[in-house]
Ligand binder design. Structure first.
Ligand SMILES: O=C(O)CCC(=O)C(=O)O
Ligand SMILES: [Fe+2]
Length: 344
């Protein structure tokens, strides 16, 4: 336990799932994942199969993208509508905590959550074959090779995502039919690769308590992979103490958090992890450095029905969640989060 009484985020080795481990080693890893993942819905993963060279390249591409002048980045603007959730969003466009405000019943907390604006810019990329969530690209001459690199990287991350999905399926002891239906919901074509830049924040801005790097929220994905640079700031809630605990950047570790969809699929066995990105310089009132991160959201088919698996409902004695389609659920959430297009 850490000195402040908060447990850190536990780490699981999933190499048996990424490099063809035998049944026994996969089973052991799946049990480990269930034990650690069901505490707070978040784990660090080693053996995830993405090489550090490839990650270095991805972070270099991310930095190069956000280094472009604002006018250039705005040549691939995220539309003002909810669909497609693709392209570039400038600083201040999103309020991650607005979704949390929607779900909170405490009025004072609701107010605080809904006021918090994120201080970040992002670029969303998906499958080239998704005609509803279609990609919005920069003209090739603005950033040669960007489209090629990110679309390749997208499918590489999907391999890791599939391996983790297999581990999650095994960890729940599902029937073959249930396993099959969960796989069928996750073709990869609805996944979302997000490049994120949290600009440096000047010390005078740190006094403003309504500004956060990314307000506390759960993801509405099935689960999310979070690659980050060395600056830190990502935190997950420890449900027992109510305190946030740091997801300390570690070489070889990718953090994985359960999203609202797998919470539902697992009938609540795995909780959707509440997380945020804090302003690390705030305590000292010192200007805080830029931070880059690369979340990869594993998302089910838009019109696929997400429901607790029957064997889990039978074991638990009750069905905790009603069936919902991802479409209906995410539309509602997205309207809360996407506030306006910032032209600053
Ligand atoms: O930047 C991070 O580390 C977290 C990003 C995140 O939680 C999100 O985009 O939903
Ligand atoms: Fe998130």
């Amino acid at each position: 336990m850490a000195p402040n009484g908060v447990y850190g985020v536990p780490v699981v080795d999933l190499s048996p799932f990424t490099s063809g481990g035998d049944f026994e080693s996969r089973r052991r890893a799946a049990i480990d994942l269930a034990e650690k993942g069901q505490i707070n819905g978040c784990v660090g993963i080693t053996g995830h199969g993405v090489t550090s060279e490839r990650l270095k390249e991805a972070f270099a591409v991310t930095k190069k993208l956000f280094d472009l002048p604002y006018e250039e980045k705005m040549k691939a603007p995220h539309p003002d509508s909810t669909t497609p959730h693709r392209g570039y969003s400038g600083t201040g466009r999103e309020k991650g905590a607005a979704k949390t405000a929607l779900e909170t019943t405490d009025e004072a907390q609701k107010d605080a959550y809904s006021k918090t604006t994120d201080y970040k810019e992002s670029y969303e990329i998906g499958s080239e074959e998704n005609s509803v969530q279609y990609n919005i690209w920069l003209p090739e001459e603005v950033f040669p090779g960007f489209r090629h690199f990110t679309t390749q990287f997208f499918w590489e991350l999907n391999k890791t995502a599939n391996a983790i999905l297999e581990a999650l399926i095994m960890s729940l002891d599902l029937t073959e039919e249930e396993a099959h239906s969960i796989r069928a919901l996750h073709t990869g074509h609805d996944n979302q690769l997000r490049l994120l830049h949290y600009p440096p924040i000047a010390s005078e801005m740190l006094k403003d308590k309504d500004m956060s790097r990314l307000g506390a929220h759960t993801d509405w994905s099935t689960f999310t992979l979070l690659f980050q640079d060395t600056h830190g700031g990502l935190e997950f809630i420890d449900r027992k103490t109510g305190e946030f605990m740091p997801a300390t950047p570690k070489e070889e570790v990718v953090y994985m958090n359960i999203g609202d969809m797998f919470q539902r699929i697992s009938n609540g066995f795995y909780p959707s992890a509440l997380h945020r990105v804090t302003i690390t310089g705030k305590a000292s009132n010192k200007a805080t450095a830029a931070r880059y991160s690369i979340p990869y959201f594993v998302v089910p088919l838009a019109d696929g029905v997400i429901e607790p698996q029957p064997s889990l409902v039978a074991a638990h004695g009750k069905q905790v969640y009603e069936p919902v389609t991802f479409n209906t659920y995410s539309d509602l959430m997205f309207q809360a989060v996407n506030v306006h297009d910032s032209k600053e």
